[in-house]
Design a protein around this ligand. Structure first.
Ligand code: CAA
Ligand code: FAD
Length: 383
C-alpha cells in the first residue's frame, strides 16, 4: 500500500483525500462502469457529483473554489478513481492538471474569476486543445491560426481528439498567430462553447476510455476577445508544454490506477480459481506473474510520487514526469494484459472488468505525449 514505507510518509490530509476518492469510486463509479463503457456515455449527474466532492479542481486555490491541495494528494485520488473507472479519471485529469492549472498558473485575475471559479466545482468542464490532424507529437506544427485584429483574434482551424470535446464549456485552444516566429508565435486562447463559428465534430468510437467523450473541434472565423489570451503574445506553446509536464503526472497516476485495479482483481481471482487440484495462485507461473506485477506497480508509484513531490517543492520535474508517465503507462499495458491471462476465458468477457482495463490501458501510452515522445523528453534532459 502507498501509505507505508520510509520514503513517503503521507499526511493525514493526503490520506483523507485518498480515502474519500476510494469511497467515491466504489460507491458512485463502480455501479454502471461496464454500461458506461458500452454506451460511451458519462452521466452529467456523476460529473456534478465529482465536482461537489471536489475532484475537479483539487489543486486550484480555494479563492477560486478549488481544494488547494498538493500534487501528491491529487495523484493519490487519481489512482483510486482510475482503479475503478479510467474514463472518469481522464475527465478529471484534463480538468485539473491541464485546464485549471493552466489558467491558475498563467491566467489573469479576470480570467480566473470568470472561468476558473466555474471549472473547479464542475459548473463547466474544460478541454485542452493542442492536437490537430497534422500536428500530434510534432506539436509545434500548428495549422490552426489566430489572426490578430487589434482587440480580438479570428480563430480558424481544426483540433483533433479533444477529451471533453462535447461536454466542455470552455476550451484552451493553442493556435499560431505569427507563423514567421514558429513556436514563439503561438498563443493560447480561452474559447467558449457556443461562440459563432465554433462547431463540434462527431464522437470518436474508441477502443478504451469509451465513457470519456473525444471529438474534433472546428473553428471558422471564431471571434475571440484579446482579453481571452492567456499570458503574453507568443507564450502559448510554452504554456502548453509547461502545463503538459504536470498533466503527464496525472496521466501516469491514471495508468497506475488502471494497473493496480487490474492487479487486485487478478490476485483475488488467482486465490479463488482452482485448476489441477489447487488454486491457480499455487502454480508458480501464476505466482511469478503476480509478484512481477506488484513490483512494477510499486516502481511506477515511486516514480510518480517523486515527480509529484518535486512539483510540489517548486523544483524542476520535466524528466521525472516523463519517466513516471512512460513507466506507468507501459506497466499498465503489461499488467492488464497479464491480468486477462490470469483470468483465462473469464478475463475475455466484460463482467470481470479486466478486458476493459486492458483496453483502457492502451491510451495511456499514446496521449499527453506517446511513449516514444516521453523517451525523447528524457533523452534531451540527459544532455
Ligand atoms: N517543458 C517545458 N518546455 C518545453 C518542454 C517541456 N516538457 N518541451 C519542449 N519545451 C519547449 C522548449 O524548451 C522549446 O522552447 P524554446 O525554443 O523557447 O527553448 C519549445 O518548447 C520547443 O521545443 P523543442 O525545440 O524541443 O521542439 P520539438 O519540436 O523538437 O519537440 C516535443 C517538442 C517535446 C516533441 C513536443 O512537441 C511534445 O511534447 N510533443 C507531444 C505533444 C503532446 O504531449 N500532446 C498532448 C496533447 S494533450 C492530450 O493528449 C490530453 C489528453 O489526452 C488527455
Ligand atoms: P503521431 O504524432 O502521428 O505519431 C504516430 C507514431 O509515430 C507514434 O507511435 C509516435 O510515438 C511516433 N512518433 C512521432 N514522432 C516521433 C519521433 N520524433 N520519434 C519517435 N517516434 C515518433 N490531444 C489534445 O490536444 N487534447 C486532448 O484532450 C486529447 N485527448 C486525446 C484523447 C484520446 C482518446 C486520443 C486518442 C488522443 C488524444 N489527444 C488529445 C491527442 C494525443 O495527444 C495524440 O494522439 C498524441 O500526442 C499522438 O499524436 P498523433 O496521434 O498525431 O500521432
Amino acid at each position: 500500500q502507498a501509505n507505508q514505507g520510509p520514503v513517503f510518509d503521507f499526511s493525514d490530509e493526503q490520506l483523507a483525500v485518498r480515502d474519500a476518492a476510494r469511497d467515491f469510486a466504489r460507491t458512485y463509479l463502480l455501479p454502471g462502469v461496464i454500461e458506461r463503457d458500452e454506451t460511451q456515455t458519462f452521466d452529467r449527474e456523476l460529473l456534478k457529483k465529482m465536482g461537489e466532492m471536489g475532484f475537479l479542481g483539487m489543486m486550484a486555490s480555494p479563492e477560486f473554489g478549488g481544494g488547494g491541495l498538493d500534487t501528491v494528494s491529487y495523484v493519490l485520488a487519481m489512482e483510486e478513481i482510475a482503479k475503478i473507472d479510467a474514463s472518469a479519471a481522464v475527465i478529471m485529469s484534463v480538468n485539473n492538471s491541464l485546464v485549471c492549472w493552466g489558467i491558475e498558473k498563467y491566467g489573469s485575475q479576470a480570467q480566473k474569476e470568470k472561468y476558473l471559479s466555474r471549472l473547479t466545482g464542475g459548473e463547466i468542464i474544460g478541454a485542452f486543445c493542442l492536437s490537430e490532424p497534422e500536428a500530434g507529437s510534432d506539436a509545434t506544427s500548428q495549422q490552426t491560426t489566430a489572426k490578430d485584429f487589434g482587440d480580438h483574434y479570428l480563430l480558424n482551424g481544426t483540433k483533433n481528439w479533444i477529451t471533453n470535446g462535447n461536454t466542455s464549456g470552455v476550451c484552451l485552444v493553442i493556435a499560431q498567430t505569427h507563423e514567421e516566429k514558429k513556436h514563439h508565435g503561438i498563443n493560447c486562447l480561452l474559447v467558449e462553447k457556443g461562440w459563432p463559428g465554433f462547431s463540434v465534430g462527431r464522437k470518436e468510437n474508441k477502443m478504451g476510455i469509451r465513457a470519456s467523450d473525444t471529438h474534433s473541434l472546428m473553428f471558422s472565423d471564431v471571434k475571440v476577445p484579446k482579453e481571452n489570451r492567456i499570458g503574453e503574445d507568443g507564450f502559448g506553446f510554452k504554456l502548453a508544454m509547461s502545463t503538459l509536464n504536470g498533466g503527464r503526472i496525472g496521466i501516469a497516476a491514471q495508468a497506475l490506477g488502471i494497473a493496480s485495479g487490474a492487479f487486485e482483481r487478478a490476485l483475488d481471482y488467482a486465490r479463488q480459481r482452482k485448476a489441477f487440484g489447487k488454486t491457480i495462485f499455487e502454480h508458480q507461473a501464476i505466482q511469478f506473474k503476480l509478484s512481477e506485477m506488484a513490483m512494477r506497480i510499486e516502481a511506477a508509484r515511486l516514480l510518480i510520487l517523486k515527480a509529484a513531490v518535486l512539483k510540489d517543492q517548486g523544483k524542476d520535474f520535466v524528466k521525472e514526469a516523463a519517466m513516471a508517465k512512460l513507466f506507468a503507462s507501459e506497466t499498465a499495458m503489461w499488467v492488464t494484459t497479464e491480468a486477462v491471462q490470469i483470468h483465462g476465458g473469464y478475463g475475455y468477457v466484460k463482467e470481470y472488468h479486466v478486458e476493459r482495463m486492458m483496453r483502457d490501458a492502451k491510451i495511456t501510452q499514446i496521449y499527453e505525449g506517446t511513449s516514444e515522445i516521453q523517451n525523447l523528453v528524457i533523452a534531451r534532459a540527459l544532455i
